[in-house]
Design a protein around this ligand. Structure first.
Ligand code: GLU
Length: 296
């Protein structure tokens, strides 16, 4: 299988300039290294009708092109189930009946590793298991045997983060993001993962899961986010931040693309023009503050 990079949006709303900047970077990382570039719609959760088509149209409008057909996670349930079955067969899973509140309470206890599931349901005895099964549907968790894992990132170097007994299948039957991402990247031949740096903390969990499934860990590059003037991750409420909003202020897609390329220190114009000089080492490492078109 040829190697590939990818962009994997969740169709929960229109892409904003932060998502578009990440997509441009993922495209440049892949194309500059002779990789294919794939598009995967992560629609297991929070999908909004009609959003996918708008996202794809906006990506095309800024020149982000992809190879082959778009892959949708909702069409891949059988593949996730097979991966989960392998972990179950290896004795690496357990049922969890905790509510969100129970987890929050247990996780806020002194000495609990930050953001980690405290293992409440890890060792339920048979009677307790039977009782809990009669009360609510179970989520399925990984029985992790490490507490942290180290990954290498092209922009962040070595990064060590928490690995806990992460959810593989939620109690509503939906495959969890961490499992789906790992399985899909492997199945699609993706060996380069470029995405926003807000996802860096999840990466040790994913790389660990990959190692348990004997999946090669991809190269990672977690790229700086676009933030608002308060330094918070850009969001819809920050004014004109999508291509449609910006078009309404008179800024067309080519100008948005050029603004994003310039913010990265890259040559404006069609993305191919930026390829020759593209070098991850030269990329800015700080978040970029969106100048805010409405009041610019
Ligand atoms: N679907 C995720 C998001 O839109 C990205 C996941 C990934 O790139 O691994 O935030």
């Amino acid at each position: 299988m040829t190697s590939a990079g990818r962009f994997a949006p969740s169709p929960s709303g229109e892409l904003h300039v932060g998502n578009l900047r990440t997509a441009i970077l993922a495209w440049l990382f892949a194309r500059s290294t002779g990789r294919k570039f794939l598009l995967r719609v992560e629609d297991l959760d929070r999908a909004r009708a009609g959003t996918e088509a708008v996202q794809l149209r906006d990506l095309s409008a800024i020149g982000v092109t992809w190879d082959g057909d778009v892959v949708r996670q909702t069409e891949r349930g059988a593949v996730y189930d097979r991966a989960i079955a392998r972990l179950e067969d290896a004795g690496l899973t357990y049922e969890c009946f905790c509510t969100r509140r129970e987890i929050q309470e247990a996780a806020s206890a002194p000495h609990a590793p930050q953001g980690a599931y405290p293992g409440t349901c890890r060792n339920l005895d048979r009677a307790e298991l039977e009782f809990r099964r009669s009360t609510r549907p179970a989520a399925l968790r990984l029985r992790a045997d490490v507490a942290e894992f180290t990954v290498h990132d092209a922009l962040h170097g070595e990064f060590t983060g928490v690995v806990d007994d992460l959810v593989l299948r939620r109690n509503d039957g939906v495959t969890a993001y961490n499992l789906a991402v790992v399985v899909d990247d492997a199945a699609q031949g993706i060996d380069q993962v470029v995405r926003g740096e807000d996802l860096l903390p999840s990466t040790p969990r994913q790389a660990y899961l990959a190692s348990l499934l004997s999946i090669p860990v991809p190269e990672y590059a977690h790229v700086p986010l676009v933030v608002n003037r308060d330094g918070a991750r850009l969001a819809k409420r920050d004014g004109a931040v999508t291509l449609a909003d910006l078009a309404a202020t008179g800024m067309d897609a080519a100008r948005v693309r050029d603004l994003l390329l310039t913010s990265l220190g890259l040559t404006p114009g069609p993305l191919a023009n930026a390829l020759a000089a593209f070098s991850p080492a030269a990329l800015p490492r700080e978040p970029w503050v969106w100048p805010g078109m409405a009041d610019a």
